[in-house]
Write a protein that binds this ligand. Sequence first.
Ligand SMILES: [Zn+2]
Length: 157
Amino acid sequence: MIYKLKRKSKKEKTLPLIDKTGAIIKKKPDLKAKLDKEFSLFIRLRDAMPNGYFKCISCGQIKPFEQADNGHYINRQHMNTRFDELNCNSQCRHCNRFMEGNIQNYRKGLILKYGETKVILLEAKQGITRKYSDFEYEQLIKYYKALNKKLRKEKGI
Ligand SMILES: [Zn+2]
């Protein structure tokens, strides 16, 4: 007997992801993006002063909390330091977005904030490959979410 195949509409043509056992894989939420969001908020809340302002790590200007970026000293493409609390600091938009991070002054700001030894140790972390498991992502997201809630309350932001 010949069965006529049902013609599929264009919408149905997108094939679902299937694992080795043939089960359909549900697309996971982007855990990296979720952690980026919580971690960035944590850095900005941590660096916020009680009056709702922050000081840019690079140029030292005082600006409102709403204008803070989470600025990475070592570029965020390096996973080993992407979520490093020392590598990330509140930075003004001008330095972060228009001055390529204002890196020379960022380094000076880091030394003032943490001391030279810690900065040198941070720089040594560059170039080391680091992969996060889904479990690590989930735990870190949970950790920073709770911390952000606490910080928001404390700082009234
Ligand atoms: Zn700045």
